[in-house]
Design a protein around this ligand. Sequence first.
Ligand SMILES: C[S@@+](CC[C@H](N)C(=O)[O-])C[C@H]1O[C@@H](n2cnc3c(N)ncnc32)[C@H](O)[C@@H]1O
Length: 224
Amino acid sequence: MIKFVPLFLWLTIVLTSVGCGGGLAKVDVARVITSGRDGWQHPERVMEVLDLRPGDRVAEIGAGSGYWIARLAEAVGPTGRVYAVEVEPGLVGALEEWVAHEGFDNVEVVYGAYDDPGLPDGAIDVAMTCLTYHHIEDRVVYFRRLHADLSPGARIVHLDDRPDAPAPISWFQSSGHWTEPALIASEMREAGYVRVAAYDFLPAQSFQVFALEDASPDTFGASR
Ligand SMILES: C[S@@+](CC[C@H](N)C(=O)[O-])C[C@H]1O[C@@H](n2cnc3c(N)ncnc32)[C@H](O)[C@@H]1O
């Protein structure tokens, strides 16, 4: 037993002293190890930045197993709507079951196509992707098509892995499953959007916010 004391002490020192600075340069190793995804995803801070309001209509394109859905549903409340878009039939079924089980009346699971999310016209205030941007093919065409689904003043939010994530995050990233932040920005520009904000507090991901190029300053973010 006694021989484990130095190891325990060493681990304690390492886990409590490495990092904790802001931004990408340093990572709170202890938080990453003990909190799983929440340790590097910082969902509360992301939700704070999204600043969703009751009644907002939000789409998550590539909802996966629904990591963001409960948070989005809570933020927009009973008068809002969350569209959980998925293209994998198995995940669509699992999301539908989970949404019904949890009783999320304001969440609609959408079985989207790979080249079209299948959202209602003009109805989306915030469209979000997380770890999905790099999966989408012909992204310029895809996000140009999305114009029709957006409300005036809509925001499009992309969180995607970044290739320059520091350890220990980088140990868990799948090689190639990311997009250079500058590439996201240039493709979105080509698709008719302007970047209105970018945040660097996520150690694993870039976090960029876009609006329609022709959205006037009065309409952008009109609901906030
Ligand atoms: C890595 S998962 C991310 C899931 C979720 N956004 C999260 O943060 O946990 C990427 C998801 O995007 C979906 N996907 C891939 N291509 C897509 C497309 N063109 N449209 C919508 N979803 C897509 C995949 O089926 C997968 O569930």
